[in-house]
Design a protein around this ligand. Sequence first.
Ligand code: GLA
Length: 385
Amino acid sequence: MPLKAFIEKYGAGPVGLSRAPGRVNLIGEHTDYNGGDVLPMAIDREVRMAFRGADDGRIEIASLDLNESVSVEVGAADPDRLPQWAKYPVGVALILVKEGYVVKGLRATVRSTVPVGAGLSSSAAFEVAAAMALCSASGLQINREKLARICQRAENEIVGMRCGIMDPFAALLSRKGHALFLNCATRTYDLVRLPEEKASFVVCNTCVKHELVGSPYNERRKQCAVAFKLLQRRFPEIETYREVTLEMFLARAGDLDETIRKRARHVVTENARVSAAVEALRNGNLVELGILMDASHESLRDHFEVSCAELDAMVEIARSAPGVYGARMTGAGFGGCTVNLVPNEAVEDFRKHVAAEYAQRTGVVPEIYVCRASDGATVENEVKP
Ligand code: GLA
């Protein structure tokens, strides 16, 4: 545990402990950076950081998973010279400084149970755990919405991944037993209770790792922006994709080149699916929710083109298991995980079926996690080992 390792490295407390969860997005994929809606939930896998403040302006972080550490001067850190993993926590410190906050030093040890490159937002969990530790150690009071934006900036500007707001927001503002229905244009949100007594969200990891920096993710983002500009020429009143109805899209679709037409079609239809999914959840209609999850996968595969053979195989296998309501890829795509809505009584058989079939088809034994919707990030001060 990071606390024990911290005390071995730096001696006894006072020591703080921050924790930030990964997330699984239930529906609303590639909509966040298009001003649309998303519906993630925080999962019971997290980054934990033991820390203590220091007055020397130096940040030292040891990753217990990688057995590596980094030590930099906050005022003089050159992000290009940092190892990739350290760009996340140090990036947050650099953005805090850019935004005018005084960041003191930090000593920290960190450990994560969020699988990396699996589409479960290990990077935002790391940024958020670091943000909570940095704020606590430097006595900064920043509200969670703002902190989410700071973490997103760290990833956009320091890591170089042009992600949206969903992941840090989910890591900071989620609630146990609920999904977070977030409007990414206004950053307003609602908590939607999940029917945990009836069904579970089971996450299946294809074990194909995705690498998002420099991936087609940034390219998709550009294509969405190009399509939006063209839609706006016809409908000057629209400010984000959320105002584009299917009818409006169809009226303009003929003028768009095929690739960007497909990208825009996904965003427009996916936004509509998120609202419908929230309604289905509120009405306890899991059959309808499953149908929407299936449709989301089809759209991501055929129109947004961010699935891959292993994700498609995993979805197909899941759908052939008895009782499953719905299955789709989750997160950015290009590998990573699927999310499956499974009745509680069918979970054990589902797990066995998927593990055996996927291993048989691909030669890889998948990882399967039955996820519980968890609380957003916390920080405890003066914790005892
Ligand atoms: C990644 C990004 C998010 C979001 C998803 C796709 O997880 O970090 O901002 O765009 O991909 O929905």
